[in-house]
Design a protein. Structure first.
Length: 115
């Protein structure tokens, strides 16, 4: 499975941005997909996840501001981010979880939120 992430950038606080992560390869048995992020000097943390059945899970810090969706026809997952805060600044990594395998990771995409 290969994951291609894009959509990061520089945005002002209060703004919005959408990340996307397209999967290719043997992606038909993906259990769940989502996004982690890692800010400088901090551990990588789970931001949002969506299961193959459409169930979603969010970090408390982004609930009500971020929304994860999946377009199965395009094998793509999106993270719509709104009301962005400077503390959302991080490198965002998409991942895919397949049964019995380590997580697959996309390349990171930088989000910088200016105050």
């Amino acid at each position: 499975v290969q994951l291609q992430a894009c959509g990061g950038g520089l945005v002002q606080a209060g703004g919005s941005l959408r990340l996307s992560c397209a999967a290719s390869g043997s992606s038909f048995d993906i259990n769940s997909r989502g996004w982690y992020r890692q800010a400088p000097g901090k551990q990588r943390e789970l931001v949002a996840a969506i299961s193959s059945g459409g169930s979603t899970n969010y970090a408390d810090s982004v609930k009500g501001r971020f929304a994860i969706t999946a377009d199965n026809a395009k094998n793509t997952v999106y993270l719509q981010m709104s009301s962005l805060k400077p503390e959302d600044t991080a490198v965002y990594y998409c991942y895919a979880n397949l049964p019995g395998r380590p997580l697959y990771w996309g390349q990171g995409t930088q989000l910088t939120v200016s105050s």
